[in-house]
Write a protein that binds this ligand. Structure first.
Ligand SMILES: Nc1ncnc2c1ncn2[C@@H]1O[C@H](COP(=O)(O)OP(=O)(O)OP(=O)(O)O)[C@@H](O)[C@H]1O
Ligand SMILES: [Mg+2]
Length: 234
């Protein structure tokens, strides 16, 4: 399959600060499973923000789903965003909605009827170990429980692209393995997955995943050398 994401000489700076991402050149294949690793502050969350359209690059070009975002008008962004599931590093659940309603939200936004929502939401909550917490509101859940609600919300609509920022940062190793399995299942059904993580356990367990390494805002290869921009087959 062709690329679902293409970065050409992409740079990002916040305000007038130094560039936090520099000279990013990469192609992500549709249907791929990517792990984005790198030290704290390397720019992982910033790169993901470019992917889920929370930031525009300050230079370079990004194409998503085969369309050049530099050419796309602002009004086109919501339609792109609906094709992307996001697990935020800080969860961003809606505090006054129950776990069930947080997970159901993408389906409701997509216009699904209640009868089509109940089953899948219950099933997914059970999968992430929260069957008995469906009516709890996020502020009454533990960090790991909130993280699992956030993951369920991101995957429920079977998005074309799933972007997850440290999705196992608050759960134990057994639950991390279970969540990885959920991502792999979604990937098997066709979703392209990009997970930013510090979790080397996840790296070992995610066989077949392709590694993207960021250091100080640049993609590097395994040895830490700058990735050669023309080497685009990933
Ligand atoms: N909104 C912002 N305004 C200014 N600087 C920012 C902003 N967000 C991030 N940065 C800076 O950009 C750099 C990369 O941050 P980013 O959050 O992308 O790193 P990260 O790899 O996700 O780190 P972590 O592993 O700790 O989550 C850091 O130097 C950070 O201070
Ligand atoms: Mg981060």
């Amino acid at each position: 399959m062709g690329p679902i994401v293409e970065f050409d000489s992409v740079g990002l700076r916040y305000g007038t600060g130094a560039e936090v991402l520099r000279d990013l050149d990469c192609r992500l294949s549709a249907g791929g499973f990517y792990l984005l690793m790198g030290p704290s502050g390397a720019g992982k969350t910033s790169l993901l923000k470019l992917l889920y359209l929370a930031q525009r690059p300050t230079r370079g070009r990004i194409s998503l789903f085969g369309e050049d975002l530099t050419e796309a008008p602002r009004e086109a962004m919501p339609a792109f965003r609906r094709r992307i599931g996001v697990v935020f590093q800080d969860f961003r659940l809606i505090p006054h909605l129950s776990a069930f309603d947080n997970v159901a939200l993408p389906l409701r936004v997509a216009g699904r009827r209640d009868a089509e929502i109940e089953g899948p939401v219950r099933e997914l909550l059970a999968w992430v170990g929260l069957a008995d917490r469906a009516s709890a509101r996020p502020p009454t859940l533990s960090g790991g429980e909130q993280q699992r609600v956030a993951i369920a919300r991101a995957v429920i609509g079977q998005p074309e692209l799933l972007v997850a920022d440290e999705p196992t940062g608050n759960v134990d190793a057994d639950m991390a393995a279970r969540l990885l399995h959920l991502f792999q299942e979604l990937n098997r059904l066709g979703t392209t997955i990009v997970v930013a993580t510090h979790d080397v356990g996840l790296l070992a367990a995610a066989r077949g995943a392709q590694l993207l390494r960021l250091e100080q805002g640049q993609l590097v290869d395994r040895t830490g050398a700058l990735r050669n921009p023309p080497a685009r087959v990933m």
